[in-house]
Write a protein that binds this ligand. Structure first.
Ligand SMILES: Cc1cc2nc3c(=O)[nH]c(=O)nc-3n(C[C@H](O)[C@H](O)[C@H](O)COP(=O)(O)OP(=O)(O)OC[C@H]3O[C@@H](n4cnc5c(N)ncnc54)[C@H](O)[C@@H]3O)c2cc1C
Length: 383
């Protein structure tokens, strides 16, 4: 069976849901596919707290905001600071109901572009085909996890995990674990490991320890509003201005850690080694002996890689199996984009992490979902 639509949104996380809400409000015929908030449910750890607060919401119309949800449910935001992941998921579920967004919960297995007909054909894992004039990829981080080769090439797969593959740390009860990485996900993983009963937690990273102080994100939303109104604005800034904005965002996001984490890390069995590098990891029975560049070693049961993400659109499975990659202009793993998030294949748009090279680091966070929906949606309306 085949279904026809104008816009196929692939991904039902924050970016896809927000895009769907924009389409519903503006009568853009569309279909949203993917598992609702899948990454948040299955690739973020139980007990996680958000860095973002109540002002980052999913509604481009500004009606069904996170703050509105708290009012309707008669919840006091002060009782939930920092925001627990479970509460954010409740908000996302409420938002979908308010907007009547019903994603088709099946996965795209192959995407092709028919140039003669200027249309996309998506094959689904339920056997259906969706034919669409336009496609938006809202795929988040999952296909882009960064696993340094010293782990993937030297260790058996069961001895290490990327942080996004751990949805609960309880399996590390009584285990000794090394967390690689020194940013938010690494520190939060270390705290959650300790709280889940790990007997010893080690952290190693190559840089200084970031400062545990509140980040200032207030300047980001006005900037994104400007981008939504005039998509070319950010693109037309000269490189030094973009660089300044990028550095400011990096400073808030990566050089500062949430202050509420600090007391959770001040524990005898959490050992933090800044400015260190691993020189060798040797399997020794069912343990791992980890040697550091300053001459010391530790013995652990498991390594957790909080080593982040590296975008490469070539890794997206349903693109690999179709004919689109060969037509795409790709720079350092990112598709080259127009100001309206359109790739070099007419009608194919990307957002979220895949848009970070051209639109800035904001697109790695949900703060940009509404700008993203307006940029693509308003362009489709005019087209
Ligand atoms: C540890 C961690 C903590 C974070 N904390 C915050 C925070 O506090 N605040 C914040 O704003 N951001 C945070 N982020 C970033 C946030 O997770 C991303 O910005 C956001 O999830 C991206 O949303 P998305 O809609 O692009 O994708 P995702 O939420 O990743 O959703 C991807 C969607 O794509 C679908 N999909 C994938 N493949 C297919 C397919 N083949 N067919 C159909 N559908 C498919 C999935 O089913 C899913 O619905 C954090 C990220 C991490 C890793």
């Amino acid at each position: 069976m085949s279904i026809n639509t104008n816009l196929l949104i692939i991904g039902a996380g924050p970016f896809g849901l927000s895009m769907s809400a924009f389409c519903l409000q503006n009568s853009i015929k569309h279909l949203i596919v993917g598992k609702s908030m899948d990454f948040w449910k299955n690739n973020m750890p139980e007990g996680m707290k958000l860095r973002s607060a109540y002002d980052w919401h999913l509604d481009p119309a500004g009606i069904d905001t996170f703050e509105r949800f708290m009012q309707v449910k008669e919840l006091n935001p002060d009782d939930y600071r920092p925001v627990p992941i479970e509460l954010y998921l409740e908000y996302a579920g409420w938002f979908q109901k308010q907007k009547n967004i019903i994603p088709v919960e099946s996965m795209v297995t192959r995407l092709d572009f028919n140039e003669d007909r200027s249309e996309f054909i998506a094959e689904m894992d339920n056997g259906e085909k969706i034919v669409s004039k336009n496609v938006l990829l809202a795929l988040g981080f999952k296909y882009f996890k960064n696993i340094p080769t010293e782990f993937s090439e030297q260790l058996p797969a069961e001895k290490y995990s990327h942080a996004c593959d751990i949805s609960s740390f309880s399996k590390f009860n009584n285990k000794k674990c090394l967390v690689m990485g020194g940013r938010m996900s690494a520190f939060e993983s270390a705290a959650l490991l300790y709280e889940s009963g790990a007997s010893e937690v080690y952290m190693s990273y190559r840089h200084d320890t970031p400062e545990f102080t509140e980040s200032d994100w207030d300047w980001v939303t006005p900037l994104l509003n400007k981008m939504a109104e005039t998509p070319e604005w950010y693109r037309d800034l000269d490189e030094s201005e973009k660089d300044k904005i990028g550095k400011r965002f990096f400073g808030e996001g990566r050089l500062k850690m949430e202050p509420w984490l600090k007391p959770r890390l001040d524990k005898e069995s959490i050992n933090i080694f800044p400015n260190t590098e691993i020189t060798e990891i040797i399997e020794s029975g069912d343990k791992l002996k980890v040697n550091f560049n300053y001459g010391e070693h530790i013995t652990v049961d498991h390594v957790i890689l909080a080593t982040g993400y590296k975008v490469d659109i070539n890794n997206v499975p349903f693109l690999k199996s179709g004919n689109i990659l060969e037509k795409l202009k790709i720079i350092n793993g990112y598709p080259e984009l127009s100001a309206h998030l359109q790739t070099s294949v007419q009608g194919l748009y990307v957002t979220s992490m895949l848009a970070m090279r051209d639109m800035g680091m904001f697109f790695g966070f949900t703060v940009s979902v509404n700008a993203s929906s307006k940029i693509v949606g308003n362009y489709l309306i005019k087209k």
